[in-house]
Design a protein around this ligand. Structure first.
Ligand code: GAR
Length: 200
């Protein structure tokens, strides 16, 4: 059974989709640990309710980002993941954590448009007519890694950031489970900016 470590910073509804799908035909993998960059968030409560071990590594508890990155990598490695998933994790990962396992992220916009912490707000402000979510491998940049899948969401005249984000998250949860299963079951290689599913 493949092993997934999930990193969260907030509500954790993407994490919940993974917890609901784990051990099923949709995702024959287990979430073996959930890590966060802050305590007291709903994402950690969801993990505890599901009986999944948790850990917290806050940047402020370390002298600098490199030390935080090494501490986070140590925590992640202890759970021997085949895949790390950043599910609403609002910190850029450093080289030590990126070396632990392939890292999968979803972002609430159609990259390369609107990277960063406010993908939904920025798309609304720009006035685009469609947005969505992007699944991509994580590299050291901000939402710059090779794209695996994208789902499109039309923007309505009366959308607010919250209403639009909720519609994006519905598709994002489905896509995250599907992409995680694909990466783990089919394997993948990276060819330049393309992620090619299938054995190496
Ligand atoms: C998701 O929309 C995810 O794409 C976004 O945070 C939300 C987390 O939702 N992540 C980013 O914006 C990272 N740049 P959740 O806490 O309900 O799972």
């Amino acid at each position: 059974m493949s092993r997934i470590v999930v990193l969260v910073s907030g509500t954790g509804s993407l994490l919940q989709a993974l917890l609901d799908a784990q051990d099923s035909a949709a995702l024959s993998a287990q979430v073996v640990a959930v890590g966060a960059d802050r305590a007291g968030i709903a994402g950690l409560d969801r993990a505890e309710t599901a009986g999944v071990p948790t850990f917290v590594e806050a940047v402020g508890d370390h002298p600098d980002r490199a030390a935080w990155d090494r501490a986070l990598a140590t925590q992640v490695t202890a759970h021997r993941p085949d895949l790390v998933i950043t599910a609403g994790f609002m910190k850029i990962l450093g080289p030590a954590t990126l070396a632990t396992a392939p890292v999968l992220n979803t972002h609430p916009a159609l990259l390369p448009a609107f990277p960063g912490a406010h993908g939904v707000r920025d798309a609304l402000a720009y006035g685009v007519k469609v947005t969505g979510s992007t699944a991509h491998l994580v590299d050291e940049g901000m939402d710059t890694g090779p794209i695996i899948d994208q789902r499109v969401v039309p923007i309505a005249e009366d959308d607010t950031e919250d209403s639009l984000h909720e519609r994006i998250k519905v598709l994002e949860r489905e896509m995250l489970v599907e992409v995680a299963a694909d990466l783990l079951v089919r394997g993948f290689t990276v060819d330049g900016r393309r992620v090619v599913l299938g054995p190496a």
